[in-house]
Design a protein around this ligand. Structure first.
Ligand code: WQD
Length: 339
């Protein structure tokens, strides 16, 4: 299968490209490099020994997407990972988030359907779930288009659009993958999470403190209704997440299908930090701060549907993720800029 990975040079995209190439498929990467480096594409080829052609361009531009098909076709499937994804930033820039996160989908679907793709896989998020009483979240748990931030709203809106597109294109398999918290890195240490600026997310922030480019971990609240008072999340190793995309493409169900990609094993902030300290072999400077607006006590999923229908399970532990994240960050203290 030849797969167009929109956002393919990004964190999840690059790991998905490696997993697809290792499984014997071909990939074409389309990325505007707004939140990554072209070096990621070189590293994908280095890891797999196979080509990972990169087209630098805007996935919301029909002519750019059509150009990828003209130059690298025929293309059997599209995996859409090209989105802005910082919750806090989305609060400040709603229009940018709605236009980018929806216009990319519109262009990719328009051109992909016109060119006869068989599958469309969409990168969604566990933050579309709206009622903590439903925990652990299944795919049938309450979702909403009226969520706490434009990022999550844009993802739920995409799901609504794609369900209607699937209804009028019964020959197109549309699969929505709701990620929980992606963490970790490929075992080679050649690719990993490399957000621009100060990381919003916990794991890349801890990585930067461990490597010395940030001073201290700030723990956003220790008074949550959880066993140790800090936030609980479902951290999924990015390699397991990538393998979930391969499974979704290889076992695509006709029509519109949704899967949670998580471990179902909630981990707290303090537990993640302790696991990272085990990986580096020393304590990391940390301090308790106030809660971050918009954070919830706990979010984690029931991943059994993906296990049943995709034969996929997230097996890697938080210790695997912190070990691999540290291997990446210690080899690349400045991320891809280290190269
Ligand atoms: C995790 C925990 C924080 C930073 C994010 C995205 C969401 C989705 C999943 C893609 C929370 C705490 C964090 C820090 C901290 N991504 N924390 N200090 O908020 O669960 O969701 O990943 O779909 O869109 O927002 O992840 O890593 O920001 O926070 O204490 O410096 O770590 O309070 O409990 P989150 P996160």
């Amino acid at each position: 299968m030849r797969v167009l990975l929109a956002g393919g040079a990004g964190y999840v995209g690059a790991h998905t490209a490696v997993a697809l190439l290792d499984a014997g498929h071909e990939v074409v990467l389309l990325d505007d490099l707004s939140n990554t480096s072209s070096i990621a594409a070189e590293r994908i080829a280095q890891i797999t020994g196979k080509p990972a052609p990169l087209v630098v361009g805007d996935a919301s531009d029909d002519s750019v997407v059509a150009g990828v098909f003209d130059e690298h076709g025929p293309i059997d499937a599209i995996v859409h990972l090209a989105a802005f994804k910082a919750v806090g930033e989305s609060m400040q820039q709603p229009l940018e988030y709605y236009s980018n996160n929806l216009d990319t989908t519109f262009a990719l679907v328009r051109v992909g359907v016109a060119r006869g793709i068989r599958s469309f896989v969409f990168s969604s998020t566990g933050t579309v779930y709206a009622d903590p009483a439903d925990l652990p979240f299944t795919e049938d748990s309450t979702t909403s288009v009226d969520l706490s931030n434009p990022y999550s709203k844009s993802k739920r809106m995409n799901e609504v659009v794609l369900e209607d597109v699937a209804r009028v294109h019964p020959d197109l398999n549309v699969t929505v993958l709701r990620y929980f918290n992606p963490v970790g890195a490929h075992e080679s240490g050649l690719i990993g999470e490399d957000p621009s600026g100060i990381p919003n997310n916990l794991m890349p922030f801890v990585q930067r403190v461990a490597v010395g480019t940030l001073e201290r971990i700030g723990i956003f609240g220790a008074d949550y209704d959880t066993p140790d008072g800090t936030g609980l999340r479902d951290y999924i190793h990015v390699v397991d997440l990538a393998l979930g995309h391969v499974a979704a493409l290889e076992k695509a169900q006709p029509g519109f299908t949704v899967y949670n990609l998580g471990t179902g094993r909630p981990v707290s902030v303090l537990e993640l930090i302790a696991a990272f300290e085990r990986a580096v072999g020393r304590e990391l400077p940390q301090t308790i701060l106030g809660r971050r607006p918009g954070d919830v006590d706990a979010t984690y999923c029931d991943p059994s549907k993906a296990a049943r229908e995709l034969d996929w399970v997230g097996t890697r532990t938080i210790d695997d993720a912190t070990r691999d994240a540290w291997n990446w960050q210690s080899r690349n203290p400045q991320g891809f800029a280290t190269a």
